[in-house]
Design a binder for this molecule. Sequence first.
Ligand SMILES: C[S@@+](CC[C@H](N)C(=O)[O-])C[C@H]1O[C@@H](n2cnc3c(N)ncnc32)[C@H](O)[C@@H]1O
Length: 197
Amino acid sequence: MEQHKNLGQEYWDNQYQAQTTGWDLGSISLPIKEYINQLTNKDLRILIPGCGNTHEAEHLLQAGFTNITVIDISPTLVAKLQTKFAGNSHIKIVLGDFFAHEGEYDLVIEQTFFCAINPDLRQNYVAKMKDILAHDGKIVGVLFNKNFTFAGPPFGGTKGSYVELFEPHFHIKTLDCCYNSAEKRKDDELFIHFVKK
Ligand SMILES: C[S@@+](CC[C@H](N)C(=O)[O-])C[C@H]1O[C@@H](n2cnc3c(N)ncnc32)[C@H](O)[C@@H]1O
């Protein structure tokens, strides 16, 4: 079996220190933006795991959402976010491991977090999502629709593998090719909308 790098705190923090953050789109990804823009309940409890520079949270705040939590394992990044959003009571910034996070949420936004974790942890990802989502809670966002030819991260996947993984625990409302991905991810993403069973 392929051995994966130890993708712990040190690995991720080093990427922020060295500014090797090629995954960062520089703005919110359009599929997620369009989803957010049709939500009417601004008090939804929203979590963004592996938030990075969290352009999604910035958009949520601008759109009037009041209960946003973002979590990331990198201290360098989180210190920056805490300065950036200081004094804003609508957003909570957590330094920590998603897999150890406690809370209850209505919506989790998935934007290049799933693909960043070691594939051995995918079952744990599903279990943890189920654990922290409220009744009828959902995961919405994007997943890669390809397998990469190099050792990740990112780690890819296909529609079939996601169905196998999520279907026992989530109603798969949407798992379709994105028509509005960022140019560099064009034709490589699936839009997901999974509701907790
Ligand atoms: C590929 S980056 C994506 C960042 C952001 N979502 C974006 O699209 O720009 C993956 C992020 O997940 C964070 N991360 C990795 N493992 C984590 C874990 N177990 N708990 C919380 N954050 C984690 C990394 O520090 C990194 O910021």
